[in-house]
Design a protein around this ligand. Sequence first.
Ligand code: G6P
Length: 371
Amino acid sequence: SAAEKGGHEYFMLKEIEEQPAALENTLRGHFTDGRIVLDEQRIAEQDLREVDKVFVVACGSAYHSGLVAKYAIEHWTRLPVEVELASEFRYRDPVLDRDTLVVAVSQSGETADTLEAVRHARGQRARVLAVCNTNGAQIPRESDAVLYTHAGPEIGVASTKAFLAQIAANFLVGLALAQARGTKYPDEVAREFHELCAMPDAVRKVLGTNDQVRALGREVADAKAVLFLGRHVGYPVALEGALKLKELAYMHAEGFAAGELKHGPIALIEPGLPVVVVMPSPKGRAVLHSKLVSNISEIQARGARTIVIAEEGDETVLPFADTLITVPAVPTLLQPLVSTVPLQVLAAEIARARGYDVDKPRNLAKSVTVE
Ligand code: G6P
């Protein structure tokens, strides 16, 4: 009913707006007495300290949350982090031992491939930490440690608030590891946590662009395809933006690392093709920023319709942006928490304009419990 949807036409739109609360609830209670705490911890502190390699395994959007986390966890812990699709991980004979930490990320906690990856990892004596949105689901039950995301039940098949909550939870995992290993001083851990706590308000601010993004969605709803480009943490955001559009609007959509533009994607550029570019902060990553500005100008010169997601106040992109969507300035590693939001809204609106059911896209299930 309309009431259940909080006055929205679709659950997904309601869930997009619940993202600030999903982040708040996920962060709450995880920093006490100056330390990051998990929900269930059956790994001895000493064993956590001895972890020498991290794998993140997941499917779909959860996998993209892992790709985002890799940047933060490697930076904070100096541990190598590999992010793998659960369905590939377990058939690949990955190198695992008791000093490997496998982080299994799953909204439902029931995804068959992720569950089997957990079982495989534990069979090789690796430690498994679950990041899950469903209390007592199978994946957390079979893991050595658990951090719950508190996004609340997600009805829309395409993940939104659970995805943002997964990113935040994965960051907490990174901070917990950094704290155990001593690669971050306690005051640095506190500062990072504090920065995370500012994100719900930043997301609230981005939601203010929803009407602009919806209007854009209606304008580009007839496109044959949409490309998404990003670099650094903007790359997984581009992948997530493309996934949302495929899932909901049944459009050909692809996300690329912008540095690969000249290695293939540029051949796809044609007049009128919408290309979404996720810009890094001009202050945080100046070198990457200038490379992306030159990418947008090349794309625009070939007649594409450029849709640029950039930090507010970033004037350098103005000449190249056919549509500019601004997001608040936040620390670089946290940028996916704001830049993903307009891409969710865009996909939902394009799907709606094309007459599709935003909550129940064809052929897809909320949780894939068969391989
Ligand atoms: C399905 C859903 C996606 C989700 C993926 C992984 O494909 O449609 O939204 O990201 O499964 O689900 P999980 O429950 O393991 O996070």
